[in-house]
Design a protein around this ligand. Structure first.
Ligand code: OOG
Ligand code: NI
Length: 466
């Protein structure tokens, strides 16, 4: 509660994330199994890997690990996207990053709603990958108009959710009662509805265009399609899943396994077959649709523009050498190629630091604090580090990767859905729909790094470090 009697946005987000997890556990029981597997794996790693546990303790990430999850939704219209942005703002979540998925044959572009300050991320790192269907890419005019008409008729927010969003915007916050109601009302937008909004025939036509179009258009709202926990060892989970009878996708997206994890590695497993009642079936659920899937991720260091460029070029080189999309049939070959190319990416934190490839957070050491009044102590960042007055830890990557996201979409949509779109990346159009600009994620990491250096300067009583 803050001074005006409003519940803090971080608190609303924490509660919403928990409510979402509870709802998803009921809707998709396999999610519960996955959460258990992740919890087991994480405690095994914490107990056996001193380097990892020490790092998580020093950064405080250990406290957020169990809370850590991201969800994903897909909306149909600019109005839906703009209102979703206002809804997430109540929980302190801002649109960060622009992801264009069309080069991979998925007719959407996306952003991730998340907290942006390190203190807020520490309170609750909940994120939602949010995609907007690109109607302009549906070439068949008749279908495009039909889709527009169906979407124009639906309202994905409850009347009370809309009222509470307005109240938040007018007053600058929500009191305890309103915050509790907001969590309950906002959750409704993300719920799965097995009643479709179209006939079986219409569903089939949409599905024939693209499975994703049917998923966005044929239902009452943008059901949450997965909720992803963070593991400390994704390879261990990939094997563990197979032992529990869950079949993960053939390859893990992102960089290969490394001593010093970077960015994001992800794997997923197939959606449930849901029974669906189409509008011409008298509420009897005789149809089926696959909407929801499971996903697991492992997060590593956030990369600087220089590091990211290196990552992208190595990934592209590996994919070019493979010459086709990674799949079941070439999984082993792809892993070998990927590992070979990534030998050129330093796998040592000191080297990543000194070469400016990753972002870091700086902490004053006991020695540094004890030497505050020593007039001979060093005053540059390099010297303070070299003499043990300052320590650093990599900043965790809080965002997503377009190539990985495309792989996740595709593995859950089925490989038959790889379409080719002529349309180009259109961030300006996306931002127009959103009603605001997306924040550049790299600026956020640089800000956090700078703040940690300034904190060090204050604590060690030296002039501002850069
Ligand atoms: C989103 C797929 C992307 C990720 O973690 O990169 C994604 C979706 O299927 O809606 O979740
Ligand atoms: Ni995901």
């Amino acid at each position: 509660m803050n001074t005006q009697g409003f519940v803090e946005a971080d608190e609303i987000r924490t509660r919403f994330s928990r409510a979402m997890s509870d709802m998803y556990k009921q809707e998709v029981p396999l999610y519960g199994t996955l959460m258990e597997l992740v919890a087991e794996t994480n405690s095994t790693v914490m107990a056996s890997d001193k380097a990892v546990s020490g790092h998580l303790q020093r950064t405080g990430e250990i406290e957020r690990l169990d809370m850590e999850r991201h969800g994903a939704i897909r909306v149909g219209t600019p109005e839906e996207l703009a209102t979703i942005a206002r809804l997430f703002a109540v929980m302190g979540m801002q649109p960060v990053g622009y992801y264009d998925l069309t080069p991979a044959g998925v007719p959407v572009h996306s952003t991730a709603f998340r907290a942006i300050h390190e203190d807020s991320l520490q309170a609750s790192p909940f994120r939602v990958f949010t995609s907007l269907l690109r109607l302009d890419l549906i070439e068949n005019v008749e279908i495009r108009q039909r889709v527009q008409a169906i979407l124009d008729q639906r309202q994905i927010f409850t009347p009370d959710a809309l009222k509470l969003i307005e109240k938040f915007e007018t007053h600058g916050g929500l009191d305890a009662k309103d915050a509790a109601d907001f969590v309950e009302q906002a959750l409704e937008t993300f719920r799965w509805h097995h009643d479709a909004t179209v006939t079986a025939k219409d569903y089939q036509r949409l599905h024939d265009q693209h499975r994703l179009i049917a998923d966005v258009v044929a239902f009452k709202g943008p059901h949450i399609n997965h909720l992803t926990p963070r593991t400390l060892d994704i390879d261990m989970i990939q094997n563990g899943m197979q032992q529990k009878g869950i079949t993960p996708k053939a390859v893990i997206e992102g960089p290969p396994r490394r001593r010093c994890p970077i960015l994001l590695r992800q794997t997923s497993f197939k959606a449930l077959q849901e029974t669906v009642a189409f509008t011409d079936q008298d509420g009897i659920a005789t149809g089926s649709h696959t909407a929801r899937f499971g996903e697991i991720e492992q997060r590593g260091a956030a990369l600087t523009p220089k590091g990211r460029e290196l990552y992208d070029s190595l990934l592209n080189a590996a994919r070019a050498e493979l010459g086709e999309f990674p799949s079941e049939s070439n999984a082993e070959k792809y892993t070998a190629i990927l590992e070979k190319h990534f030998k050129d990416f330093p796998d040592d934190y000191a080297e990543l630091h000194d070469k400016g490839l990753a972002y870091f957070r700086y902490f004053p050491t006991q020695k540094g604090i004890a030497s505050r009044s020593n007039s001979h102590r060093p005053s540059s960042r390099q010297e303070l580090i070299a003499q043990g007055h300052i320590q650093y830890e990599p900043l965790v990557y809080e965002d997503f990767l377009p190539v990985s996201a495309a792989g996740i979409f595709q593995s859950n949509l089925g490989d038959d859905s790889q379409a080719h779109y002529a349309g180009s990346s259109n961030q300006a159009e996306f931002e127009k729909a959103l009603g605001q600009k997306v924040t550049n994620e790299l600026k956020l990491y640089a800000d956090t790094q700078r703040r940690s250096l300034l904190d060090c300067s204050t604590i060690l009583a030296v002039s501002p470090l850069v």
